[in-house]
Design a binder for this molecule. Structure first.
Ligand code: HOZ
Length: 445
């Protein structure tokens, strides 16, 4: 039974949400679910999604004038924080010359050179406009190169919404608890083999069974779409060895981890070299840009150098390239990843201490500038284990944090992101809010 002790929320100033509510009602008449990407709708946490009007540094403001410390950061791209002056300057300068040409520009060349210089396993790169396009195109290339059709993905990993990748996916698919999606032909999902994350024995069994027809193993090297789950020691190395043995390509989906967990991504952090790498988020500096790249001999198969077709009107868009380049230049400076990791760790350490004091079972994880927490005693190494976390408790925690001015991902199955704009004082303010929110969450069993 819930205790009737006085609830801390009553001491809070009333949070105005009328403007967001009005906008949401209007949005629902013209946009499916009122949002342009499902997790944003707050369906799994309840309440009204906040319609944001402005961001600066680590803060965002909503249509009712409420301010929040933001740990979503546009789901990862904003590693420098919102409205970074250098990024804005670069984007404005590019825009003044025209917003899109559908023809090559020097900015694209500089972007390809900057990524190749930072990421150990990227010799050549093709820009696209979204992470979905990047993974979809990498898979096509893997299938073409190997002459095989099947791919292996991990339960709870999310690689965008392409047909063959919605099988047991994370992110919105996990958040809404839907088993995949109607509209995906069975013939497509039959080509997708699944395995539990961090379970090398299961991958080995799958490779033994399907190896001769396996084009690729696709993995988030740090899972970030079922909460944040780092790879166990040896997991990524094991995948590399199994790919070498079977002839399948190893594809790292570094859309989230690229330039986020380290400058060279997870492939640098864990010293494992994939054959192909998918990028997005940070490389676009807050604009729509993504990429896939890898070994020169593989990338040379992409049209028009080779025969594997893939194209896009806005690929390599100059404004996105300028913003992305300005971001990549900044993260190349010394101390950036140390600062990001220190911020994420201060946050997760603080959350763990508060939870312990309040008698709440909590498992936390951080990798570079991304982090996560589960209301579960742990360990959390896979989607199966992530799903055991106390979602009603998360919901309570989320709502209380929001009311206290902290904007977390509105889902128990998404990672959080810190930026260079999050300072120790912001983390301290966040932890003060967390203390009150955990007190309330402790009552949810
Ligand atoms: N799929 C994204 C999170 N993993 C959410 C994208 C969005 O809603 O903007």
């Amino acid at each position: 039974m819930r205790t009737r002790e006085r609830e801390p929320r009553r001491r809070l100033p009333r949070v105005k949400t009328q403007a967001s509510k009005r906008l949401f009602a209007r949005a629902k008449r013209r946009i499916p679910g009122g949002v342009n990407s499902p997790v944003r709708a707050f369906q799994s946490v309840g309440g009204t999604p906040r319609f944001l009007v402005r961001g600066r540094g680590c803060r965002v403001w909503d249509a009712d004038g409420n301010a929040y410390i933001d740990y979503v950061g546009s789901w990862g791209p904003l590693i420098l924080g919102h409205a970074d002056p250098g990024v804005l300057r670069a984007a404005r300068a590019a825009m003044a010359n025209g917003t899109s040409f559908g023809a090559p520009t020097e900015l694209e060349v500089r972007m390809a050179e900057a990524v190749a210089a930072a990421m150990p396993a990227v010799d050549m790169l093709r820009m696209v406009s979204s992470g979905t396009e990047a993974t979809m195109s990498a898979i096509r290339l893997a299938r073409a190169v190997t002459g095989r059709d099947r791919i292996l993905k991990f339960d709870g990993c999310y690689h965008g919404h392409a047909d063959s990748l919605l099988v047991c996916a994370g992110s919105g698919v996990a958040t809404l608890g839907i088993p995949g999606s109607p509209g995906v032909p069975k013939a497509m999902t039959e080509l997708t083999v699944q395995a539990p994350y961090n379970d090398l024995a299961a991958v080995e069994a799958a490779v033994t069974r399907w190896g001769g027809d396996l084009a690729a193993i696709l993995v988030e090297p740090v899972a970030g779409n079922m909460g944040c789950i780092p790879p166990l020691p040896g997991f990524l190395e094991g995948l590399r060895a199994l790919c070498d043995r079977s002839g399948a390509l190893l594809i790292f989906d570094e859309v989230m981890t690229g330039f986020r967990v380290a400058r060279g991504g997870a492939q640098a952090l864990y010293a494992v070299r994939p054959d192909l790498t998918c990028l997005g988020k940070v490389v676009g500096g807050g604009f729509p840009a993504a990429a896939y790249g890898g070994r020169r001999d593989l990338m040379r198969r992409v049209a028009p150098a080779g025969d594997v077709y893939q194209a896009g009107t806005l690929s390599g868009n100059p404004v996105a390239m300028a913003a992305g380049l300005a971001t990549l230049e900044r993260v190349a400076k010394p101390g950036v990843y140390e600062q990001l990791a220190a911020t994420a760790q201060a946050l997760t350490r603080g959350l763990a201490e508060i939870a312990a004091r309040r008698g709440i079972e909590l498992t936390t994880a951080a990798a570079g500038g991304m982090f996560g927490f589960f209301f579960h005693p742990g360990p959390v190494r896979s989607f199966e284990e992530a799903k055991k976390s106390n979602v009603p408790r998360f919901r309570s925690f989320f709502s209380e944090m929001l009311a206290r001015g902290v904007y977390l991902a509105p889902s128990a199955f998404e990672a959080g992101f810190v930026s260079l704009a999050h300072r120790p004082a912001d983390v301290a303010t966040t932890l003060e809010a967390a203390d009150a929110a955990m007190k309330r969450a402790a009552r949810v069993r």
